[in-house]
Design a protein around this ligand. Structure first.
Ligand code: GCB
Length: 879
């Protein structure tokens, strides 16, 4: 099979050394995203276009884990003779996670780490005939490379853009940790004047000594030159030389801020003094702003107090893994801006260069961090890799005015090692502290103009004991009271505790959030039900607490969007549902809540408009069902109309206005109005009969047992509703109680991945010990489906992947055998779900029955061993 590989190869771009643009700037950057061939060892070759990951499909299945190993990419290059005299580089924006670049079979460079850019000089390896680029990539677990563990998926591949850079042999150094070789600072900025210093490194890789002129020009947003500087230097062959230029101060500079992200540009040129030609050129953004963090008053930008509010972002996207196209990446920053956010925590790793460019343009302040998450390895190699990543991150992003913070550790004491050996654990803690100290000192040295940040989880005592709250300039807290533990109200207490006990240390809430599966809705939100409604309450409490405390510098919701996390199970296996947007970037109600809180212009939105397919029981004896509608706003009051009829004016409480809306069967048009603002939504409602012989017609019914939540199947549009205890003339269960979970898992029903279905929530709750289920339906033909899954026993997995409480125990197996009959006719006999189908596997049993003599439907569950269960039931009237 391997023999055929070369036959499949496609023949390539012909790249010429000069074009018109090159004559002006001296350099060319050409995308090399196309025409790659990819294969895993011993596997078929595929043609791929970058960005590419080899894990996009295997994270979609029910099987835990994903391929972590080698992937090989190959491509041909055809460079014409004019390139021979030039310096040629390959620029990789991100390859996960270890890579080696070979040209014509010879190693040209290596890189460690998935999240930073690297540049490989390749001139020395080229034959200029038919050159072959090969990139050997590996995303195996390597104990010396962070991240070691984390709540996100470590997709492998060349998952960011690759380009070819051709420039003069005398050029801005491409050996400065993936940076442009130019570093811009603004030593003094005020409303009156701004000074600019440009530092850089020039390399002469030619065979001759060269005299060159370096010119820096600053252009304003209209393209007018507002300052410049130049110097002439000699660079001998083979030499790298540092340059420093102080440019003429700019009077009355336009300041950069979220309200007005005014950008200048610095163009730095190398001119050959002999020919007068531009032989290399780079462009960098420049924004004038100054800022500070204060332990009592929070953050100040350009002398004005500003609460930093926003979100963290992961880089992956629905069905694409981390190989997210440029346009979708930029869209994320636009969505954050449209939400009213002014801050992006680029977490947990540096992201595509496009992200900070977008932050510069849109006026979003940012922090960036390296992926040292949960735990460290006490090795020199690990330490060096961390220090190297930090150096690369700072060098590569140094010139972005949006960046105000460099961070370097996230919840590093979450996965505690050596818990049974306290002296050894102390040594581990010392190593963690030493590493934090090294990273902090390095950061302050590399960039004294920004703040350092270390991010902890809410275990106050241990971070203080180990000394991690003393090292950074700002402490970050990831707080989840009311989610992983405690109540939402505990959050404010934590904020006050920090202010009291660390009165001189500024801090931010770097994470907070609650899972919201957009398919799950409820009228009775409780912790861990994964409902959007619980998340709404949670975020209101958190936002109120942060916004009312000036000493809280800022808060970053976890997360801007749902993201892949392979080890998670729960209602949407392999996905973390804490996003304000779905993984396909559809807004959830919580996104609208943030707009209500943060936007400055008048805002009015039916937040519950996303719950547009609804079902519920009719109010007793009526042809309506009264349900809640929430409107998110920054206005004081609004009026709601249902099909044109006013339901009254109501006042906003914590940016939400609620109405009880009497929904009728069919389309219900809702309109909310306040002054000039209005919003409208059509809600499709299926009224369910309270009594089968009443006025409400019956069509079908999908019922979740042991649940108080609704579940909307996005594919079939079937809506599942909560159960009820049987009432005469109506329907419901007889006997039993809701499944309470096992292993002290803090879950709603079970949080295990249910195999063989996409509709996990249908199977994750159940009625245990059920005796009967009854529908007092009139005579007719009916389809009945019973849904089961054995939730107890089986393979013992870690409970909730990111359970910050860490209380897992081994699970006992339950012996359960039962029979089911429908209207006294045996339907399932001696069923043992675990034995017959396997644990946590979705089992559906369907039948058609004829109901006669006004008997309705009675389903009997007869225990043979243990307690019978039922997870869900569907009834459809055929005729
Ligand atoms: C955290 C982690 C983050 C997780 C998040 C969660 O504290 O920093 O990586 O994704 O909690 O959702 O549990």
């Amino acid at each position: 099979m391997l023999k055929h590989k070369s036959l499949l190869w496609i023949w390539i771009v012909i790249i010429s050394g000069y074009n018109c643009a090159a004559q002006r700037t001296g350099r060319e950057t050409i995308s090399l995203n196309d025409q790659w061939e990819f294969h895993k060892p011993d596997a078929q070759i595929e043609k791929v276009t970058l960005p590419h990951t080899w894990n996009d499909k295997d994270v979609l299945d029910d099987v835990p884990g994903y391929y972590r190993g080698v992937g090989i990419y190959k491509r041909k290059l055809k460079l014409d003779d004019s390139v021979k005299e030039r310096a040629v580089f390959l620029v990789f924006n991100g390859v996960a996670q270890e890579s080696e670049v070979l040209i014509n079979g010879k190693s040209a460079g290596k890189h460690i780490g998935s999240y930073t850019k690297f540049i490989v000089p390749i001139s020395a390896f080229l034959n200029y005939k038919e050159d072959v680029v090969e990139v050997r990539v590996n995303n195996r677990f390597n104990e010396d490379i962070p991240p070691l563990t984390a709540d996100f998926t470590f997709f492998g591949g060349i998952y960011r853009n690759v380009s070819l850079l051709i420039t003069s042999p005398v050029h801005f150094s491409q050996k400065e940790n993936g940076s442009s070789g130019i570093f811009i600072t603004t030593p003094e900025v005020s409303t009156l004047s701004a000074s600019v210093q440009v530092n850089g490194v020039v390399e002469n890789s030619s065979a001759f000594d060269k005299k060159i002129k370096i010119i820096n020009s600053i252009y304003n947003a209209n393209g007018e030159q507002v300052s410049s500087g130049s110097s002439t230097i000699s660079v001998i062959r083979g030499e790298k030389k540092s340059i420093v230029q102080d440019l003429k101060s700019i009077k009355s500079p336009l300041l950069w801020s979220p309200q007005n992200p005014y950008l200048y540009r610095v163009i730095t040129k190398i001119i050959d003094t002999k020919s007068g030609e531009v032989i290399d050129q780079v462009s960098n953004p420049l924004g004038f702003r100054w800022f500070r963090f204060d332990a009592n008053e929070g953050f100040f930008l350009n002398g004005k107090s500003m609460k930093l509010m926003g979100a963290s972002r992961h880089q992956d996207y629905e069905n694409l893994g981390n190989a997210t196209p440029d346009a979708l990446q930029i869209k994320d920053v636009e969505l954050l801006k449209a939400m009213g956010g002014n801050f992006l925590r680029v977490a947990h790793y540096p992201q595509d260069p496009l992200i900070l460019e977008a932050c510069d343009r849109l006026g979003i302040l940012a922090s960036v961090e390296i992926p040292v998450v949960n735990t460290i390895t006490e090795s020199e190699a690990f330490t060096n890799n961390c220090l190297n990543m930090q150096t690369e991150m700072i060098a590569q992003n140094f010139n972005h005015p949006s960046v105000v913070i460099w961070a370097y550790m996230n919840e590093i004491l979450l996965r505690l090692k050596f818990s049974n050996d306290k002296p050894r654990q102390q040594i581990y803690f010392d190593h963690v502290r030493e590493l934090a100290q090294k990273l902090d000192s390095l950061t302050r040295k590399l960039d004294p103009s920004r703040y350092t940040l270390l991010v902890n989880h809410g275990a106050w005592d241990i971070y203080n004991k180990v000394g991690l709250t003393k090292i950074p300039m700002i402490v970050g807290w990831n707080l989840y009271s009311g989610w992983y533990s405690g109540a939402p109200e505990d959050f404010a207490k934590f904020l006050d505790k920090h202010h009291k006990e660390l009165p001189n240390t500024p801090f931010m809430v770097t994470e907070y959030g609650a899972d919201a599966d957009p398919r799950i809705r409820t009228n009775h939100p409780v912790r861990f039900d994964k409902s959007v409604e619980y998340a709404m309450k949670f975020h209101q409490v958190y936002l109120n607490a942060m916004l009312s405390r000036p000493f809280v510098a800022g808060g970053m919701a976890w997360n801007l969007a749902d993201f892949n996390s392979e080890t998670r199970e729960e209602t949407m296996p392999h996905i973390n549902n804490k996003g304000l947007l779905t993984i396909a970037r559809q807004p959830k109600d919580t996104y609208f809540l943030y707009q209500g809180y943060l936007l400055q212009k008048p805002y009015l939105k039916i937040a519950s408009s996303q719950w547009k397919e609804r079902t519920a029981l009719a109010d007793s004896g009526k042809l309506i069902s009264t349900q809640n509608i929430q409107v998110a706003t920054n206005l004081k009051l609004a009026e709601l109309y249902l099909n044109g009829k006013s339901l009254g004016v109501k006042e906003a409480v914590d940016h939400i206005i609620e109405w009880k809306v009497p929904f009728a069967d069919g389309i219900n048009q809702i309109r909310v109005v306040s002054g000039d603002e209005s919003d409208q939504a059509d809600i499709h409602f299926q009224l369910q009969p309270f009594q089968f012989r009443g006025q409400v017609p019956f069509k079908d019914m999908n019922i979740l047992l042991g649940a108080k939540r609704y579940y909307i199947d996005n594919q079939t549009h079937e809506i599942w509703m909560p159960d009820q205890i049987y009432k005469k003339g109506s329907w419901g269960y007889v006997g039993g109680e809701p499944f309470k979970g096992t292993n002290n898992r803090i879950s709603y029903g079970s949080d295990k991945n249910i195999l063989g279905t996409e509709n996990d929530p249908v199977y994750q709750t159940q009625q245990v010990g059920i005796k009967q289920f009854k529908f007092d339906v009139p005579d007719g033909e009916y389809d009945i489906s019973l849904h089961f899954a054995e939730l107890v026993g089986g393979e013992t997995k870690e409970a909730l992947a990111y359970n910050l409480d860490n209380n897992h125990k081994t699970e006992a197996v339950e012996n359960r055998v039962f029979s089911v009959s429908i209207n006294e006719t045996p339907f399932m006999e001696n069923i043992n779900l675990a034995k017959d189908f396997g644990y946590t596997r979705a089992v559906q049993k369907k039948t058609r029955i004829t109901v006669t003599s006004g008997k309705g439907i009675t389903i009997d569950f007869n225990a043979i061993e243990g307690k019978p269960i039922l997870n869900a039931i569907q009834l459809k009237k055929v005729y």
